[in-house]
Design a protein around this ligand. Structure first.
Ligand SMILES: Cc1cc2nc3c(=O)[nH]c(=O)nc-3n(C[C@H](O)[C@H](O)[C@H](O)COP(=O)(O)O)c2cc1C
Length: 198
């Protein structure tokens, strides 16, 4: 990996039975691999042990000693090693799924001074409420959210055979990935130059 290639982690945020999330994530991973600027990894929250009950201390201060379940180790090390994230999220009741909030809350420094982009889907709003909430939450963890995202309203008619029907979608994905790559390089250089003053 040279300094123009960044470690990208795509997070599948929904965990419910018969979910659509993996279909979207798989297409996003394909776009990211074709972009050429990333080493792409995908983590599916349905495969991770993410209890709702947190330990007494905050992960913000606990560092490596934070007592996470063994079944969360793959998620923690994937977050730790990533230079950039794409969160793939549906919209549940005008927000994002509880699985995603729990995964975020079990971590802190793993998000700090790193860029996050969003690909959302849902009913009429296409997950926009979910993304607005995520932008707010991730700012608290000192992550940098990327302006251009992809939103797929009424995904049940907008996708066919694992792909969006909108021919413009790969172009929007490229814009998102270009912005994410720029931020990943800028923030990795900044993290290497000096510790972030969180
Ligand atoms: C509990 C629940 C609440 C939902 N609320 C919304 C909503 O507020 N806005 C929306 O556009 N779609 C909503 N939907 C539709 C989902 O976005 C849609 O079912 C989507 O496929 C869910 O993602 P998933 O299949 O990956 O779980 C809701 C679905 C569920 C299960």
């Amino acid at each position: 990996m040279d300094n123009t290639e960044h470690r990208l982690l795509i997070i599948v945020g929904s965990v419910r039975d018969a979910r659509f999330g993996p279909v979207v994530a798989s297409w996003v991973a394909e776009q990211a691999a074709a972009h050429g600027g990333f080493e792409v990894d995908v983590v599916d929250l349905a495969e991770i042990d993410i209890p709702l009950a947190l330990p007494a201390a905050s992960p913000k201060y606990a560092g490596d000693d934070y007592p996470r379940p063994a079944g969360m180790a793959a998620l923690t090390s994937a977050l730790e090693g990533a230079d950039a994230f794409i969160v793939v999220t549906p919209e549940y009741n005008h927000s994002y799924p509880a699985s995603l909030k729990a995964a975020i809350d079990w971590h802190f420094t793993q998000w700090t001074a790193k860029p996050v982009a969003f690909v959302s889907y849902g009913g009429a709003a296409g997950g926009r409420h979910a993304v607005l909430h995520l932008e707010n939450v991730l700012t608290e963890l000192h992550a940098v959210t990327v302006r251009d995202g992809l939103a797929f309203p009424n995904y049940f008619t907008a996708w066919q055979d694992g792909r969006p029907l909108d021919a413009a979608a790969p172009g929007y994905a490229k814009t998102l990935l270009d912005q994410l790559s720029w931020w990943a390089g800028a923030l990795r250089a900044a993290r290497e130059a000096a510790p972030y003053p969180a």
